[in-house]
Design a binder for this molecule. Sequence first.
Ligand SMILES: Cc1ncc(COP(=O)(O)O)c(C=O)c1O
Length: 396
Amino acid sequence: MIPSILPTYNRAPLEFERGEGTWLIATDGTRYLDFGAGIAVNALGHAHPALVAALTDQAGKLWHLSNLYRIPEQQALADALVAATFADTAFFTNSGTEACELAVKMARKYWYDKGQPDRVNIVTFAGCFHGRSSAAIAAAGTEKMVKGFGPLLPGFVHLPFPAHGDELTGAIDDTVAAVMIEPVQGEGGIRPLPDACLKGLRDLCDETGALLIFDEVQCGMGRTGRLFAHEWAGVAPDIMMVAKGIGGGFPLGAVLATEAAAAGMTPGTHGSTYGGNPLACAVGKAVLDIVGDPAFLDAVNRKAGLLRQRLEGLVAAHPDVFEQVRGAGLMLGLKCRVPAADLVQAGYAQHLLTVPAADNVVRLLPPLTVTEEDIAEAVARLDAAASAVTPKEADT
Ligand SMILES: Cc1ncc(COP(=O)(O)O)c(C=O)c1O
C-alpha cells in the first residue's frame, strides 16, 4: 500500500521536534549535531532569535498579500539585495526550482525581444542540479533525472564540467541564449569551479552576447564566506538564482538580474501567488541584515578555515576512508573511498547529521553560526564514524 506521504524520499528513521542553533533535538530527546542544516537552508541555525522575532512580528500583522498590491517587506528586501549585489532588480519565488524556471524564461525572452526568437539554448554542465521542474530536469539532462518524464523540454546543451577551451568556444554560439552554472556544484559533489573558469565563461559570454546565469541556490548567502560565491572570482552574472539560505528555513527564493537581462520581463510575463509574501520577505530581510554584515562573513571565513584544517587532519588519519576534502567556506565535501552513504549512516550512530552527494561525497553544510566547539565536536564524531566504517583488512 502506498504510504500517506508520496514515497519519493528514502527517509532516515530520525524524527526531530526542536532545534537550537547547530543542534536538533529528536522526539526521544537525543541531541544531534546538525552539519546538514536542511541542505544549506538553516543558514543561521535553528530558532535564531532574530528570525523568530521577524517571523512572529510579521505573523501578527499580515501573512499574505497579492502581488497586485505593493508589499513593503518585499520592497525592503529587494532594495537590500540590489544594494548588496550586481543586480538591478529581483523577483521573489518560493524555491530554487522556481528561480530556475524564471531564469530560463528571462534569458529566452531577452533574445525574443531582441528579434532573435530562435536563440533559445541554455548551456549547462555535467553534474549540475537546478531543481525538479520540467525545465530544471532538462537542464540536468541525466538519465537519473529525466527517465520516464518525457517529452523533455528542448533547448538545453550539456557540456562536461569543467569545460575547457574549444569545448566551450565551440558550444557557445549564436543559438545560445544563456550559460547556466553553479559556481560551486552542490548535489554534484561539492565541486568548485576554478575562478579562472568563471572568468573565462564571463569573457566568452561577453564576446558572444550569451547571458551568464549563476545558480547560487546552494552556494550563495554567505555559504562560501562571501555574500555570493562568484564574488571570490571577481566576476558578476547577468542573472542569478538564489534560494535555500536566503530564507533561513522559511521558503523563499529569488532571481536577481541586471536591468538589461531583465528587459523582457514586462507586466504579465511572469507571476507567483506566494512569491515575495510578507512573511517570507520579513524573514529574508532579517537573514540578509545578519549575513550581509562583513564581520559575520569574516567569522564564517575564520570558522571555515578551522573546519577545513581539522578535516584535512581527519583525511590524513583515515586514508582508507577518505580521499580528499574539497569545497569552499562552510560548503565542504569529503570525497570517500568507502560508500559515502555508509559514512552518513555511521554519523547518525554518532548523532551527527551530514548529507550525501554525487561523486561519493559526504557534504558538510553547518549553519553559518556554527561555533568552534561545534566544529571540534563534529570532527570528533566524524572521526568515530570513520573508524566504524574503516575496511576490516586495513586494520591489520
Ligand atoms: C544549486 C541548486 N539549484 C536549485 C535547487 C532547487 O532548489 P529547490 O529544492 O528549493 O527547488 C537546488 C536544491 O538543492 C540546488 O542545490
